[in-house]
Design a protein around this ligand. Structure first.
Ligand code: ATP
Length: 231
């Protein structure tokens, strides 16, 4: 079984996320893209991340109309139990463990969708060398960020474990995992920009789905505390 896993903060989810997920799904033939909001994102310095339950609901509203998109609460549930940061490597191990318990020896092949900005910083991820043995990566382009080759991103000893495979126009390692690059549509949209626009009362129309915008308005998200409606 093959799934594409798309982790992120999704605060809020926008058309940049949704379009790239759709393009990966179509280009690589995944039946499902599993969106996975991180509970406490280790890479976000920002203190005020919207509570994960709210982000989960917002994401569910966003993917509802696409039968190939699903939302996973696995990181949220684990954080509820363990309280610590959520790391992708732990999530992947948990998903694989649950799958083999359910379906026996039949393996679960996971491909992680990541923007070039995230992949370029992979050496800051917890246990990234183990992760590269467990899952494949689909790296998508993002305006403003260089799409770097493996040798520019990984330490030499790890980069040496990969070789270029022209049949996939990407890299492969001995564990059979791949790193491939998608020539996706470039959409210069970020959650940061959307939060900034909302905080100054500017329009965010056409940057995200109407359903998500309605949700944001109903919940009063991203507006300065002084302007928020009294509860
Ligand atoms: P923020 O502005 O709060 O940092 P973000 O817009 O980068 O948020 P995240 O939820 O952090 O969104 O992103 C999840 C994943 O999606 C990351 O791998 C990121 O690189 C990728 N991504 C987000 N927006 C885009 C985009 N417009 N184009 C390509 N990749 C994107």
């Amino acid at each position: 079984m093959k799934i594409a896993l798309f982790g992120g903060t999704f605060d809020p989810v926008h058309y940049g996320h949704l379009r790239l997920a759709e393009e990966v799904r179509e280009a690589l033939g995944f039946s499902t893209v599993l969106f996975m909001p991180s509970a406490t994102p280790p890479h976000k310095a920002r203190e005020e991340v919207t509570p994960v339950g709210v982000r989960l609901e917002m994401l569910s509203a966003a993917v509802e109309s696409n039968p190939h998109f699903e939302v996973s609460d696995i990181e949220v549930v684990r954080q509820g139990k363990e309280g610590a940061y959520s790391y992708t490597v732990d999530t992947v191990k948990e998903l694989m463990g649950a799958h083999s318990k359910r379906d026996g020896a039949q393996g679960l092949e996971i491909s992680l969708i990541v923007g070039a900005d995230s992949f370029n910083e992979i050496t800051t991820w917890c246990d990234y060398d183990t992760l590269l043995e467990l899952v494949s990566f689909v790296v998508v382009a993002r305006p403003g960020y260089a799409v770097k080759k493996i040798a520019e991103v990984l330490p030499v000893e790890l980069a040496r474990k990969f070789w270029y495979d022209s049949s996939i126009e990407g890299y492969r390692n001995e564990a059979g995992r791949t790193v491939t690059y998608l020539g996706n549509t470039l959409l210069d949209i970020s959650s940061t920009r959307i939060r900034e626009l909302i905080s100054v009362g500017a329009s965010v129309e056409y940057l995200l789905q109407p359903e998500v915008l309605k949700f944001i308005e109903a919940e009063g998200l991203y507006i300065p505390v002084a302007d928020a409606p009294a509860q």
